[in-house]
Design a protein around this ligand. Structure first.
Ligand code: DGT
Ligand code: CA
Ligand code: CA
Ligand code: ZN
Length: 572
């Protein structure tokens, strides 16, 4: 199992948390937190550097001591300091940190004063009204804790698709290596490309099912075996992700793949279609009485019901069974450039030249540099003067590039009244003006919608970035009427962004489908803050495919010259 930088960073964070719960030296705690931040921001995978015996101390911010700790984590899987701390504290104490209102300091108080060691003892202490008596906690925190525990219990935990991909792929490789596994697929919401995943659903064709089950539960990331049967098993991985496995014979493989890919709503519609023919569809096959009409492959199931093979992303019962023809879904290879990226000029990690190089290496023909505007001081946003300097730098850089162009742009803040954070005189010098909301998230829906529409009305506006501001599993979307934004984009002739950052992914699939219906084109951008992310389009593409989007619906599938012509033409 490869260790990624985020895993290393998480270990440092946890070490810092545990030190703080123990009440150790603040300098040591801060050192671990700094280490986490440094590691997370590195554009290189540390594990591969360690494998290549590269000198880690040549990286920015990494000294001898930290390099040593990183090496230990990469080679042993975890750091001795962390393991020691874990053995000294109750095993589930870090669960408490996931609750709103609880940081390491408060967890320390709860542990020392009330012997709280896990969610269970925390709940009991809160219910008994003992938390309100503690210094610095109070009645409000007590209530918040109880609410947090309740909502954790019912919002059956989901994971970002991007988060589970590495585990899913490693597990699939591991399973494929078994000589008993003749065919394997990852079905469920993962196959449908959903932005979040409840659990993973593997399907295997094998004749010796028990042998496959033995192999399945022996994977070294398995933390807990929930069930181990002859045809069905379930485990929980170290990361907390649940994984189900079904083993079926060859004759049922296609029917089972269709059934376990879902969605449930699509399955029900398909079953109805079979019933109209007096047939029966289930995970074992498509049957006319006792006789199997189809079963070994998915194509056969669809064909028998007079349907083309339907791509999994469309299987949500949103018209896929009744469509006269299915869309030719966009693929990652259709993308010709990225129209939203940040450099060191604001809160990005790399220079413009480095970003351009990464985009060119990914096969792109253009990259728009769109740093933040001055209002966003935390991100070192650009004022007029700095933007003019940046324009100069880009002009010079473009002189040296022959088969590639860096477009001049800005991600300009939309102010509360819908005006933009920089004057038209300077916006008019740019190729691309992205407008976005980074403040006043809690306006009422009509005000927020109006605010964004005013920004779209600016004659220089090219598109609205991440139109709902949501952070998946984090921050809900702000109140806004997206349908209205879509219709307004059509009238104004500007575009909307599908942000490919796996935590954002708005426009979501439903609004992509609506935009297409309304004839509003979108752009899919990574909003990259470093060179690694410049071409990380895959999550955005998955969302777009779920929204029935074709290459022609997306402006950054255009070659360089038509794209430049198009964005010029919409300037009012
Ligand atoms: P998730 O795991 O919450 O992200 O979503 P899915 O879609 O992967 O759902 P999951 O893992 O509960 O089940 C996998 C597939 O199995 C689901 O997409 C459709 C099928 N399935 C599960 N339960 C039912 C059911 O009660 N009826 C029908 N027709 N299909 C079901
Ligand atoms: Ca699932
Ligand atoms: Ca499942
Ligand atoms: Zn941005």
């Amino acid at each position: 199992m490869p260790i990624h930088n985020v895993d290393i960073a998480r270990q440092f964070e946890t070490t810092a948390d545990l030190l703080e719960i123990k009440g150790e030296n603040p300098f040591r705690i801060r050192a671990y937190r700094n280490a986490a931040r440094i590691v997370e921001d590195l554009p290189h995978e540390l594990a591969s550097m360690v494998a290549e015996e590269a000198d880690l101390t040549e990286l920015e911010g990494i000294g001898k001591d930290l390099a040593e700790k990183i090496k230990q984590i990469v080679t042993k899987g975890s750091s001795p300091a962390l393991e020691k701390l874990r053995s000294e504290l109750p095993p589930h104490i870090t669960d408490l940190l996931n609750l709103p209102g609880l940081g390491p300091k408060r967890v320390r108080t709860l542990y020392k004063e009330l012997d709280v060691v896990d969610l269970d003892t925390l709940k009991k202490a809160a219910e008994a009204g003992r938390i309100r008596e503690l210094p610095g906690l109070g009645e409000k925190t007590e209530k918040q804790i109880l609410e947090g525990i309740a909502s954790q219990a019912d919002s059956s935990r989901r994971f970002l698709r991007a988060q589970v991909i590495p585990y899913a792929e490693a597990y699939q490789e591991y399973l494929r290596a078994s000589p008993y596994v003749k065919k394997i697929d990852l079905a469920g919401s993962y196959r449908r490309g959903r932005e979040t995943i409840g659990d993973l659903d593997f399907l295997v064709w094998a004749d010796d099912a028990p042998a496959v089950m033995e192999h399945f539960v022996a994977f070294d990331e398995v933390r807990e075996i929930l069930a181990q049967g002859d045809t069905k098993s379930s485990v929980v991985l170290q990361s907390g992700v649940q994984v189900d496995l079904r083993v079926v014979p060859e004759a049922s493989y296609g029917a089972a793949l269709h059934y376990f890919t879902g969605s449930k709503a699509h399955n029900i519609a398909m079953r109805k279609r079979a019933q109209q023919r007096n047939w029966k569809l289930n995970e074992y096959g498509l049957f006319d009485g006792e006789e199997a009409v189809a079963g070994p492959d998915e194509e056969g199931i669809f064909a028998a019901l007079d349907l083309p093979w339907i791509p999994p992303e469309l299987r949500e019962n949103r018209g896929e069974l009744d469509a006269k023809s299915l869309p030719e879904l966009i693929a990652e290879s259709d993308i010709r450039g990225n129209l939203h990226a940040h450099s060191r000029w604001s809160d990005g990690k790399n220079t413009i030249a480095e970003m351009a190089e990464a985009a060119r290496e990914a096969g792109y023909e253009y990259l728009a540099m769109t740093d933040h505007s001055k209002r966003l001081t935390v991100a070192n946003g650009l004022n007029e003067d700095r933007l003019l300097q940046q324009i100069e730098e880009i002009d010079e850089l473009n002189q040296t590039l022959s088969d590639f162009v860096v477009l001049k742009g800005i991600e300009v803040d939309i102010l509360e009244d819908g005006s933009l954070d920089l004057p038209d005189s300077v916006l008019s010098l740019l190729d691309i003006v992205i407008v976005s909301v980074h403040s006043k998230f809690n306006l009422p829906a009509d005000k927020q919608t109006e605010r964004i529409m005013r920004a779209m009305d600016n004659p220089h506006t090219t598109f609205v970035a991440h139109p709902t501001g949501r952070l998946l599993l984090g921050r809900p979307p702000y109140a806004v009427d997206v349908s209205k934004l879509i219709r307004h984009a059509r009238e104004r002739g500007c575009f909307l962004e599908l942000n490919a950052n796996p935590q954002r992914l708005d426009l979501n699939d439903n609004y992509c489908q609506l935009a297409k219906k309304e004839g509003v084109r979108i752009c899919i951008n990574t909003d990259a803050h470093n060179r690694i992310d410049v071409a990380q389009m895959s999550h955005g593409i998955a969302q777009a495919r779920r929204g029935w989007v074709e290459a022609k619906d997306v402006i950054n599938t255009l070659p360089r010259d038509p794209l430049i012509k198009l964005i010029k033409s919409i300037k009012g």
